[in-house]
Design a protein around this ligand. Structure first.
Ligand SMILES: [Zn+2]
Ligand SMILES: [Zn+2]
Length: 442
């Protein structure tokens, strides 16, 4: 039963016999509800999706008729018309008021300190707060005091972030800083079974399996995501939080909805923790790069830049707009004797490769946008091949540029936008970075 507390799950996710589950429903400890609502259009109760193109119909083996299901949250298991969701309705457990749960003694910049104080305040009184922090400003450090305060007050804490990679990176940091707190880390494929842990670290996707569970929630990277993602993220958070919960949103590139909402307080960290400005991107026209790459040629400007950095022995992160370009560019680099590796979302060796790059065993790492955020490599130099392509939105480009100069010993570096015509998004990204630097007093 432990595993049901604060949850909303499909039958297949519940490890109870029918009899046991039935008796819990009878006692109203569990509420059984239709998984899809219908008021003219379908609404998925788990992810909040109500967009008709994100539903599909098929002949269902369970109900043996044509049955609608939600495509939007399919990765968590199919939510269909004939399914039910089982939501916790019992009392919430009382969590202990932990004494001195934190062993972290990092120092904060003045701007970080202000944000940290504001975050801590949300653990004391109900609030919604957006921390708008430039890439490399140390936004994770800014939530430590808030987590501590929430745990001291006996609150249940959730830190949610969109990417599995980030969950994996944050877990050891939190474990080290909160050594005696049970932390549950949830992402697709994780085998974590610390049900009911007071401190949960999860992908935003996994948040959809919680209901009325948390007193204090931090949502990392509430960014300029596609609208449907943004909507379901909001829905998932609203469902997972308790009524009196406070919400803290972190972002370097928040969308307008987050920056203009009247109920959300805002605090900015316009400066990096080491006090240096953000590197501005350089726009370099390289003609029809796609055609050249297909003909096994590397645009000269890219060749020159790579050669220069290799001489200086600097690690290079090369972003490409698609997996197709990833493979063709990799072939061209190969034939030009540029030693490199490549990663994308479906690359199974992704984590060891990223690790090897971090340890400087690989000089060049070619990547899709999966590495645009949440990763830090000392002294990395960044190039974007085809920066004018649609996937490279303002937010994506700001994040990519934000990989550079994060270390206090190497606060500067190259951010190259190799393009075949400057896009509006490229220009916006440039202005965005310029504005943050101005606000940071540069
Ligand atoms: Zn759904
Ligand atoms: Zn069905």
């Amino acid at each position: 039963m432990e595993s049901l507390i604060g949850r909303r799950l499909l039958r297949s996710e519940i490890r109870l016999q029918n009899e046991e589950l039935g008796s819990l429903i009878e006692k109203s400890v569990i509420v059984k509800e239709k998984a899809l609502l219908h008021d003219g259009t379908f609404i998925c109760r788990r992810c909040g999706n109500r967009e008709s193109h994100l539903f599909a119909r098929h002949h269902c083996v369970k109900c043996d008729r044509s049955c609608t299901y939600c495509r939007h949250c399919l990765l968590l298991g199919k939510v269909s018309e004939c399914e039910s969701l089982y939501r916790w309705n019992g009392s919430n457990p009382v969590y202990p008021k932990l004494e001195k749960p934190m062993e972290w003694s990092g120092t904060l910049s003045p701007a970080q300190q202000r944000a940290s104080d504001a975050v801590e305040q949300t653990a004391i009184e109900k609030k919604e707060l957006l921390v708008w922090a430039v890439c490399g400003s140390g936004k994770t450090e800014v939530i430590f005091k808030g987590i501590e305060r929430a745990l001291v007050l006996g609150k249940r804490v959730l830190v949610a972030t969109p990417r599995t990679d980030v969950v994996k990176e944050l877990l050891p940091r939190f474990q080290k800083s909160f050594p005696n707190v049970t932390i549950s880390a949830l992402y697709g494929g994780s085998r974590d079974r610390k049900d009911g842990a007071q401190f949960v670290l999860a992908t935003t996707h996994q948040v959809m399996r919680f209901y009325d569970a948390f007193d204090w929630i931090v949502v990392d990277e509430v960014d300029a995501f596609p609208f449907s993602y943004d909507q379901s993220l909001r829905y998932a958070i609203q469902e997972a939080k308790k009524e009196d919960a406070s919400l803290v949103y972190l972002s370097a590139t928040p969308s307008r909805e987050w920056t203009h909402s009247p109920q959300i307080e805002r605090i900015k960290i316009p400066k990096r923790y080491h006090g240096h400005p953000l590197p501005l991107p350089q726009f370099t026209w390289c003609g029809n790069w796609q055609k050249k790459i297909e003909k096994d040629q590397l645009p000269q400007c890219i060749t020159n830049w790579l050669a220069k950095l290799q001489k200086e022995k600097k690690p290079i992160l090369l972003f490409v707009p698609s997996v197709r370009v990833l493979h063709s560019l990799s072939r061209v680099l190969q034939s030009h004797s540029f030693n490199h590796e490549k990663v994308h979302a479906k690359e199974l060796k992704r984590h060891p490769l990223i690790q090897a790059f971090r340890q400087r065993q690989i000089p060049i790492l070619v990547t899709t946008t999966i590495l645009e955020r949440g990763v830090t490599f000392t002294n990395v130099q960044v190039g974007v091949v085809g920066a004018e392509q649609d996937v490279f939105t303002e937010a994506a480009l700001v994040q990519i540029a934000g990989r550079v100069g994060r270390h206090h010993k190497y606060p500067a570096g190259d951010v190259m936008f190799f393009h075949y015509g400057v896009s509006k998004e490229m220009r916006r990204a440039y202005q965005h970075i310029e504005l943050m630097n101005r606000e940071g007093g540069f």
